[in-house]
Write a protein that binds this ligand. Structure first.
Ligand code: COA
Length: 142
């Protein structure tokens, strides 16, 4: 299947994907999922053969680019799409001047996924929206 990943300002498909994966599959509350930060974020949409299949949300906080809301529809998992979204997220943040570090709050089950992409976990495990998480970072050498 041919996939394409682009930045988008139309959040219709991003929200639908996040609803399916986080609210319906992972039981995250609507209030936790829709946190009011979408308007200031950069959004990625991934399509497979033209159909929405994955998304991610990027926020810039000073020197830190924060990658979140990384979601791939169940039927597309294990195909490399999640890793492709992460590489595109990194490229998008590298292109923004002043970003020297990537940060994410990883659900602990996904730690190996992010470790393969060069992210390093630090600090203790904590709860967010009822799901165990750890902080991870990747330093960018420019
Ligand atoms: N545990 C261990 N390894 C994993 C993994 C997991 N949960 N998920 C992916 N990997 C590995 C793959 O085996 C693959 O390894 P390889 O390069 O050696 O072949 C690599 O990571 C890339 O996998 P990929 O196919 O690109 O991942 P994906 O498309 O399945 O997407 C998620 C991964 C986490 C984005 C996807 O499972 C998902 O959307 N889950 C539900 C939402 C979620 O939990 N998001 C993360 C929030 S922090």
């Amino acid at each position: 299947m041919k996939h394409e990943i682009t930045e988008t300002t139309d959040l219709t498909h991003c929200h639908a994907l996040r609803r399916t994966v986080f609210i319906e599959e992972q039981n995250v509350s609507e209030a936790d999922e829709m946190d009011g930060l979408d308007a200031e974020a950069i959004h990625l949409i991934a399509t497979c053969d033209g159909k929405p299949a994955g998304t991610a949300r990027l926020l810039i906080r000073g020197e830190t680019g924060k990658i979140g809301r990384v979601a791939v529809l169940r039927e597309h998992r294990g195909t490399g799409l999640g890793a492709a979204i992460m590489r595109q997220a990194e490229a998008a943040l590298r292109s923004r001047p002043g970003v020297t570090r990537l940060y994410l709050s990883a659900q602990t089950h996904a730690l190996p996924f992010y470790e393969k992409l060069g992210y390093v976990a630090y600090g203790p495990e904590y709860d967010d929206a009822g799901i165990p998480h750890r902080d991870m970072e990747k330093r960018l050498d420019r």
